[in-house]
Design a protein around this ligand. Sequence first.
Ligand code: RUQ
Ligand code: CUA
Length: 660
Amino acid sequence: MEPMKKKSRLVWWSVPLIAVFALTFYGCPSQQNLSGSSDAAQKVYVAPGEHDEYYGMFSGGYSGQLPVYGLPSGRHLYTIPVFTQSAVNGYGYNEETKPMLMTSHGYVPWDDAHHPEGSQTNGELDGRWVFMNANNTPRIARIDLTNFQTAEIIEIPNSAGNHASSFVTVNTEYVSAATRFSIPMDENLENMDVPISSYADNFKGTISFIKVGDEGQMSVDFQILVPGFNYDLSHAGKGPSEDWAFFTRYNSEQAHTLLERNASRNDKDFIAAINWRKAADLVAEGAGEDIPGEHYRNYMDHDQQLAKSELIETVRVLDPSEHPGIIYYLPTPKSPHGVDVDPSGQYIVAGGKLSSVLPVHSFEKIQQAIENEDYEGEIDGIPVLNYESIVQAEVENAGIGTLHTEFDGNGYAYTTAFISSEIVKWSLETFEVVDRIDTYYSPGHLMIPGGDTRNPEGKYLVALNKITKDRYLPTGPELFHSAQLIDISGDKMELLLDFPTDGEPHYAQGIRADLIIDNQIRFYELENNNHPDATKTESEARVVRDGKNVHVYMTSIRSHFTPDNIEGVKVGDTVYFHLTNIEQDWDVPHGFAVMGAQTSELLVMPGETRTLVWNPKKVGVFPFYCTDFCSALHQEMQGYVRVSPEDSDVEISYRTGTQG
Ligand code: RUQ
Ligand code: CUA
């Protein structure tokens, strides 16, 4: 087999770069690492019944979900529905979870999720929550790791393309969000209707700080109004830099068409360095202005186990020109993408997509430059620090098309290079490359468990590749993206495993299993179920007509529904099946589906209540059944609803067995 060429998807700018650098220094990926050794198989083998060491929380990209894998095995454990409706458990289809997907644009049952980030305490993963951004209709979700369900979604106002998100500060004080696409912004809505060519005059960006309460509840605390550019990626500082957060900013050219060329002209773009602590203190003292910023906050009400939505009308905005000291621009070559802070909090690394070197800024030097007002300019009142004064090193030969960097906690950094399709390991002491490994093909993000925290676990690295080609059995034109697990415990990186992933993983988090497993909820206590439509015993099961609405208060237990025969429903009614699963044991969900329903099934966990709405349109007898193979007599777990004509006088009646 010929070594795979990856040029098919490369954009025009990569061609000269490849010509100059790739063929000279790197060549094409070699054949030697195409498969792992049998020794490698040992290292990823998790025997039947044994558990993985880490949870891998991978963003689902355009699936909008959060697929969970075990590491090192690469086994797919679960997919958490987040921004997209999921028929697997009825998320976003059933009445209880629909409010989670409310936005100021209405009900939006899909998104493009890029960056999961675990909650941290003292700069280390604490296993409580994972946050994840929605790129398309700007939102941030918080996923509760006690039940692996989405607990909250907050919309980000005055933003368009929430890409630089959702990265946390060291004690999860804040989650960040910055707009990828700048847009016109004005208190007067009519002023938003401007020619696209007026980008430079009218378009603005925001960088938002979402406060996280003790119970995880999120609120948009403040937004910093920034000049209109593209804000791409972020990471908060740690240790000495923990009061700061860093955001890459490309399109200094302020292009609004054909960005691949027009936003690639300048030799340097920027990192926005924000003193979030200072900004937060100012806001706490009353600084800033409340401007219109309609956004929804949707959350699961723990008590009732159903989602609620609230609409918030305004948002507090800080204008940096009025508050010097909250934001600085750090010149950074060239069209930077990822920005990553090493475990010590001292170095800020930017992946320049078009840069031939990998710049490493020093936090100490940044502070000195600020103190000395060592500026090379100013943009809309934001000081631009002097590049020469803040750069600690430029890593040479770090690959072409560098995107993202993670750290192993042992003094090394690992950077993905998209174009040269490799991971490059370099020293945080000498800033020299010490090892490199080909990946198949074109890695975007990479992930080391804890690799963006103060305390990485330098055992494995996962390359999240963007291009798959020949790595698996072909599945037509569409191929799952390929992840690769690499052993980084020795001097030389070693490829251990390929595994396909669902959607398009961008970033991921690896969390030690012991931080999560002890807090798992196995079922919901029925006695604590305060859902207004819960039915806790079979004797309370009933069917109630209320005008054209029919409410079925139903229970499920192995292996029947109560009631399972229902009559008196008419064409034109709206039927609410409120199903409570009265099992009290682990891993005994029951499902529910009824013929002709224009929504998905329900999957109801023990102790939980879920509601399916059905609008019968035809006269007849309609079966319903349990969708989850719950018991030996699962196929017997069924019932019937009789639907009579609209003008029929059949009264509501219901029964199970001989009960009536
Ligand atoms: S992205 S491949 Cu995080 Cu959306 Cu860099
Ligand atoms: Cu209950 Cu199948």
